[in-house]
Design a protein around this ligand. Sequence first.
Ligand code: ASP
Length: 442
Amino acid sequence: MFKKIPLHTQIIIGLVLGLIFGLVVIKTAIPNSFTLDYIKPFGTIFINGLKMIAVPLVLASLIVGVSNLGDISKLSRIGGKTIGTYLVTTVLAVTIGLVLVNVFKPGKSLPPETRENLMSLYEGDAGSRVGQAAELQKQSPLQPLVDIVPDNVFRATTDNAAMLQVVFFAILVGIALLQIPKGKAAPVIAFFDGMNDVIIQIVNYIMMIAPFGVFALMASLIVEIAGENPDSAVQLLMALLKYSLVVLGGLFTMILVVYPLILMAFTKVKYKDFFKAIRPAQLLAFSTSSSSATLPVTMKQVEEELGVSEEVSSFVLPLGATVNMDGTSLYQGVAAVFIAQALGMELTLTQQLMIVLTATLASIGSAGVPGAGLIMLIIVLESIGVPAAGIALIIAPDRILDMFRTVVNVTGDATVCTIVASTEGELPDGLIRKSNPLTPNE
Ligand code: ASP
C-alpha cells in the first residue's frame, strides 16, 4: 500500500511533516535537544548514504560511459557542448539576478538600525568566512586547473570534495580502454559495468529511506534556525524579506521560464515530463542543500525516467555538480548588489560586469555542499571593492535560500544533460522511460 505512493510524493510528505514537527517543537516545551540528538542523526545517515555512493558511482559509470563512446572525438564533442552550455546558462543566471536587484533595489529600503544590528550580530561569523575566502585567494589563479589532476588517485577517491579529480582519472581510464586491444579491455569494462549496476541498486536502497531522511533533515533544520530564540529569528528574516524575495524571484524565473525555453529550443522533451522525471532530485536538493549529495539521484532520474544514455549522464552530471551552479551565481549577483546598496555604495556598470565575471568563476569554484556559495560571495565582493564583512547582512536567511538555489543548480545540470543527450541524437521522441520499480509513475 505504502509502495503505491510515488516516491516524490513520499518525499514531499516527509518534508512537510518534518517542517510541521520542527515548528511544533519550537513552539512547545519539547526540548530542542531531543530533535538534535534523536532525529537529526537519521538525516545525517541519509546524507552520508548518498555521499558514500557518489565517488564509486562516478568512477564506475564514467569509465563504462567513456569506453562505450566508441571513439575519442565523440568525447571531445560532448565535452565542448557541455562546458559551453554550462557557461551560457551561468552567465544568463547572474544577469537575471543583476537585473532584478537593480530594478527592485531591496538594499535601499533596509533601515539603518537593522543594518547595524545585523552587522554586530553576525560580525564573528562573517569574519571566519572572510578568513576561509582569504585562504582561497592566496592561491594562483590557475589553481583550479592544478586541482583537477590528483597527485594520488586513491587519495582522491577518499575525498568527495575531489570529485573533479575522480572525473579526470575515470575519463583517462575510459580513453585508455578504447585504445588497448579489445580482448584486454573487455573484462575491465565488464567489471565496471557490473559494479555500476551494483551501485545503482544501492542508490535504490538509499532512496527507500529518503522520505524518513528528509523528515529528519527538515525537522532539525527548523530547530537549528530558530535556536533558543525563535521570535528574533523571525524578525530578522522579515527585515530581509525583500532581499530574499528578489533572490527567490530570480530562482523561480530560472526554473519556470529559462529552463523550459532552453529545453523547448533544443529538445523534444516536454517540460512537464522533464519536471516530473527530475522531481525526486529537486526535492533532495532542497532538503540536503547539496548538489554533490543529490548527484546519484539526478543521474538515476535522467537515465531511467528521461532515457538519457549513461555515456552522456555520467560525464555531464558529475561535472555539473561541481562546476555548474546557476542558482548560486544568480544569488551571488543579487547579494553583492544588495550589500552595496545597503552600505550606500553605488555600483558602476563596469563593476556590475565584473560581478558577472566573478560570480561565474566563483560558482564554478563553489563546492556542491551547503553554504559554499556564501564563502565564494566574498571573492565577488572583494573584486568590486565592497567590504567582505557585508556578508553579515545576509547570513540570516542564507540557509533557507541555499535550499532553493541548490534546486536550481541541480535543475540546471539536468537541463544541460538533456540538451546534450538530445543534440547527440538521443531522446528522438522526447521521452523514453525505462521501467523503474522504485519510482512508480502516476
Ligand atoms: N549548496 C549549493 C550546492 O550544493 C552551493 C551553494 O550555493 O552554497 O549546490
